[in-house]
Design a protein around this ligand. Structure first.
Ligand code: FAD
Length: 298
């Protein structure tokens, strides 16, 4: 019998990594150590998230600018509709274009404080993610990635409604979607079937979250509307004070998930790194990725 795809050295696997802008000097060091470690794996792009406040927005810009200026990897800047007029958002996008950043992850965002269900567009701001994509494409020929929600966005009536929104974002110019994280691959496969049935052909890249810290991940999942299966909780049971075992379990869980996706023919993975390299590096190694000299951080 043929060995499972994941048991052979995988070829043609693409990865991308997501980071968040650091708030302190120590976090900044951790981030850049992680980038230095992961960059030689030649990610297709790395993306940097965007917050609600002015200071965090500056940090996103600074991180993206440094990636563009000092590394050979292609950065993607997240941008949202929250708390700014269209002109202000356009100004940020224009500044990215001027420093050579061509890829934007365009999102609606959440109100500051993260209260789901109460998004009100800023007066004079982009009304939703579709409007943002339209505005960005009008400004310049950015490569635009958007979000997708295999379990439905918490505010949506149904997954079908989200697929309508995804279709609208693609019609506005998005060429790739990254999913909210999920733990049951069946959820992703069902979503992918529905999306393809609607004639949507763009890559729908699974967002993978290695569980660095189970309690924290469970909190994120609750806010994001992602289900935490009972079996996952059981795997981390009793390990709150045992970080070493937790990390080994986390690597195993993520590897299982990713290999199951590889066996189903998925060949691009977007890792939510939480600015830490080790787990992601190990999973990429298992996927057959090896460091290449060209993509070292300069
Ligand atoms: P959208 O696709 O805009 O959908 C949000 C809701 O609005 C859905 O219920 C949808 O059905 C509805 N909707 C959208 N358009 C319409 C329309 N035209 N008519 C009616 N209903 C509509 N947040 C940040 O603040 N910063 C980040 O950097 C960030 N990065 C993210 C990266 C990824 C990969 C993902 C999956 C999420 C990220 N988020 C980020 C979170 C995201 O901003 C929130 O989940 C937000 O609530 C939704 O924004 P969206 O663009 O993902 O969703």
């Amino acid at each position: 019998p043929q060995p499972r795809a994941s048991r052979r050295i995988c070829s043609g696997i693409n990865v991308s990594f997501e980071f968040f802008p650091p708030q302190t000097e120590e976090m900044e060091r951790t981030l850049w150590n992680s980038i230095e470690r992961l960059a030689p794996l030649a990610p297709e792009f790395v993306s940097v998230t965007y917050g609600a406040g002015g200071a965090t927005r500056e940090r996103t810009h600074a991180t993206v600018a440094r990636l563009a200026g000092e590394t050979a990897i292609k950065p993607a800047a997240h941008l949202t509709c929250v708390g700014a007029t269209c002109a202000e958002v356009d100004e940020i996008a224009r500044a990215y274009w001027e420093i050579g950043v061509r890829h934007i992850v365009a999102l609606r965002g959440d109100p500051p404080g993260g209260v789901v269900g109460r998004f009100h567009p800023h007066p004079g701001g982009y009304a939703n993610s579709t409007a943002l994509v339209t505005g960005l494409k009008r400004l310049a020929d950015f490569e635009i990635t958007v979000s997708a929600y295999p379990e439905g966005h918490p505010e949506s009536a149904s997954v079908d409604q989200d697929i309508d929104v995804l279709k609208a974002k693609i019609d506005a110019g998005a060429t790739r979607a990254i999913t909210q994280f999920f733990f049951e691959n069946e959820v992703y496969f069902r979503f992918l079937d529905k999306v393809r049935d609607r004639g949507i052909e763009i890559p729908i890249i699974p967002g993978i979250v290695p569980v660095q810290n189970f309690r924290q991940t469970a909190r994120f999942a609750e806010r994001a509307g992602a289900t935490v299966p009972g079996w996952l909780a059981e795997r981390f049971e009793g390990l709150d004070d045992d970080p070493t075992t937790r990390r080994l379990i986390a690597a195993t869980v993520a590897a299982e998930q990713v290999f199951d996706l590889v066996d189903a023919g998925i060949d691009h993975f977007h890792f939510y790194t939480m600015n830490r390299a080790d787990l992601v590096y190990a999973i990429c190694h298992l996927l057959g990725l090896r460091p290449t000299a060209e993509t070292k951080v300069v």
